[in-house]
Design a protein around this ligand. Structure first.
Ligand code: BGC
Length: 387
């Protein structure tokens, strides 16, 4: 049942993605030089990424080049992912071509084509729009270059060899369960007022996050214990293009002014990640004077952890990007040496051409009670990072 709802949702998301993807696709990808990423890394982004804990596997890596294509430097997590990947791959002896695509699909397409043309032996790609990489991936396949989808599944391409990510459905489940426990939904009378902000329909993960949380919370909505005052509950209604903080903020401002300006209490705001959660928190700051709701997030971005400590965000999901980088570097080595590649899920992630063998790392929740242990004691952040 759960699976059916999820796959129905994902089909809807995929159709939406395809439509958006087609719109965004440029006619012809330039064959020459890929444009350099134009973004300036933020001050935080240029800081050292947390050091990888695990040893990289020994690999026959000399002369082997790995292309790492990341979506954007705008969000802190991708800077960490890129830096961790680069450090671990270099430590294992690989040459690395790391590119950021400014959240622009055509830039990512060009960068990947350039990686293929310049002799990369493996590609590791975190897609901006999971359905818009068909052409460069066809090129990769024709050139015999294996592709690992990093964190976000690449859709509708049979060139994807493996997928490595965190368990995306579990991310949503943990957000839903956090809300359930924070308000003792099983025993409390309620009703509680809730709003929902989800992620980018072009990102296959977004549907999993949303559905994981809704599978925990839907029964409380059905029994009237949770009331979504705006009435906006469907994924398409609550999604946020490109995970934009500004878009999340402006939608939240509209919801607050239309539904809560009369003093209606808001108890819960389910947000799929930290960038959208930040938009909601900005909107609340200026447009809401009632008791602060339980607000979720994901990524443990520094700004969000600071807000968590200040009582403005209730929780975030910690996805240790060091773990994912280590796993992917291990998979690169296994692919290149013809060993069996380490996967732990061969059922969940069908990209439209079949199930992609996946490795799912486990996410955990962080809040004001455990963040020190998770984030500081583990060396992910320093105390100073969070001040
Ligand atoms: C990632 C999240 C991230 C979001 C926005 C998703 O694909 O899994 O960790 O918050 O993209 O960048």
């Amino acid at each position: 049942m759960k699976k059916k709802v999820l796959s129905a949702l994902i089909s809807v998301a995929m159709v939406a993605t395809l439509l958006i993807g087609c719109g965004a696709k440029a006619e012809e990808a330039p064959a020459a030089e890929a444009p350099a990423a134009t973004e300036e890394a933020t001050e935080e982004a240029t800081e050292e990424a947390p050091a990888a804990e695990e040893e990289a596997p020994a690999a026959e890596a000399t002369g082997t080049k790995v292309g790492v294509s990341m979506p954007t430097k705008d969000l802190q997590r991708w800077n960490q992912d890129g830096a961790n990947m680069e450090a671990e791959l270099k430590a294992a002896g690989y040459e690395v071509d790391l590119q950021y695509a400014s959240n622009d699909v055509q830039t990512q397409v060009s960068q990947i084509e350039n990686m293929i043309n310049s002799g990369c032996n493996v590609l590791v790609i975190a897609a901006i729009d999971g359905s818009s990489l068909g052409e460069p991936l066809d090129m990769a396949k024709a050139a015999g270059i294996p592709v690992i989808a990093y964190d976000r599944l690449i859709m509708n391409s049979d060139a994807v060899s493996y997928y490595a990510t965190f368990d995306n459905y579990m991310v949503g489940t943990k957000q839903g369960e956090y809300i359930e426990q924070a308000l003792d939904l099983a025993n409390a009378e309620g009703p509680f007022n809730m709003e929902i902000t989800a992620g980018d329909p072009g990102d296959n993960n977004a549907g999993f996050f949303y559905q994981g949380a809704m599978d925990v919370l839907q029964k409380y909505i059905d029994e009237g214990k949770i009331n979504v005052v705006s009435g906006q509950t469907k994924f398409e209604e609550v999604a946020t293009a490109q995970w934009s903080t500004e878009a999340a903020q402006s939608r939240a401002e509209n919801i607050l002014s239309s539904n809560y300006a009369d003093g209606t209490q808001l108890d819960i705001w389910l947000c799929s990640n930290d960038s959208t959660s930040m938009g909601v928190q900005n909107a609340l700051e200026a447009n809401y004077t009632g008791k602060y709701p339980v607000i979720t997030g994901q990524d443990c971005d520094k700004a969000n952890v600071k807000n968590m400590i200040a009582g403005k965000q209730s929780m975030s999901i910690f996805k240790d990007t060091r773990t994912l980088a280590s796993q992917v570097v291990k998979m690169v080595g296994q692919i290149l040496s013809g060993e069996t590649v380490d996967v732990n899920d061969t059922e969940t992630y069908d990209n439209g051409t079949g199930v992609i063998p996946s490795y799912l790392c486990e996410p955990v929740f962080a809040d004001v009670n455990n963040y020190k242990e998770l984030l500081i004691d583990s060396g992910y952040y320093t105390e100073a990072d969070l001040q």
